[in-house]
Design a protein around this ligand. Structure first.
Ligand SMILES: Cc1cc2nc3c(=O)[nH]c(=O)nc-3n(C[C@H](O)[C@H](O)[C@H](O)COP(=O)(O)O)c2cc1C
Length: 199
């Protein structure tokens, strides 16, 4: 039995293409791996708090010196890191917003890139602690960016995941969602076929 953690981040619900991709992923994955446990965390519907002084205090101070607010912030943040630590497979659904990722997803990343928990500093530099995990990133983009220098989504997400030790990452892009002609249908079909191959 594997644990699969799905992160949803589109601000849209019904009309969202990235949510369409995660729905397909979940249904095909469940059919192929019926014993797996799938958890969905929706950071658009239930945003996680931004980093603030209480959370940084909670992270950095020893327990005896933490205020109640710092302790509460730390506990909320631990739920997010615990969920990721427990997952064998991470599926991140990411719409492209302003060439990059939604701020709600960035806020989640700010919690889970945690020194001493998901990475550590060593004499030879930082070392990721999340070994043996696999990740899939399902993106939806209005235009066409794959392989271009204006794509600040894939290189960024690859870097943060490698930083915490997740190197086995597959990106599936649904591109051209806001373009005319048959771009939308083609982009969506391509992404859907790749998910079928994988899940
Ligand atoms: C606030 C906002 C910013 C966006 N920025 C970009 C962008 O920089 N590049 C792009 O190609 N599409 C952009 N789009 C279009 C979305 O990427 C596209 O609609 C995508 O389908 C959104 O994902 P979703 O369908 O899962 O909601 C933006 C959309 C919104 C709402």
């Amino acid at each position: 039995m594997s644990r699969v953690l799905i992160i949803e981040s589109s601000a849209r619900q019904q009309d969202s293409f990235s949510r369409q991709l995660t729905r397909q992923f979940i249904s095909q994955w469940q059919a192929a791996h019926p014993a797996d446990l799938i958890t969905v965390r929706d950071v658009a519907r239930n945003p996680v708090p931004h980093l603030d002084a209480n959370l940084l205090g909670g992270w950095m101070k020893p327990e005896a010196q933490r205020s109640e607010a710092e302790q509460a912030s730390l506990q909320r943040s631990n739920e997010l890191t615990d969920e990721l630590l427990a997952a064998d497979v991470l599926v991140m659904a990411a719409p492209m917003y302003n060439f990059a990722i939604p701020s709600t997803l960035k806020a989640w990343l700010d919690h889970v890139l945690r020194a001493g928990v998901t990475f550590k500093y060593t004499d030879t530099g930082p070392q990721g602690l999340l070994t043996g995990k696999k990740a899939y990133v399902l993106t939806a983009r209005g235009g066409l960016y794959a392989g271009s220098t204006t794509d600040h989504q894939e290189p960024y997400l690859r870097q943060v995941m490698a930083f915490i030790g997740i190197h086995d990452v597959t990106f599936i892009h649904a591109e051209g969602m806001n373009l005319g002609g048959d771009f939308q249908e083609k982009g969506l079909n391509q992404a859907r076929s790749r998910i079928s191959e994988i899940a």
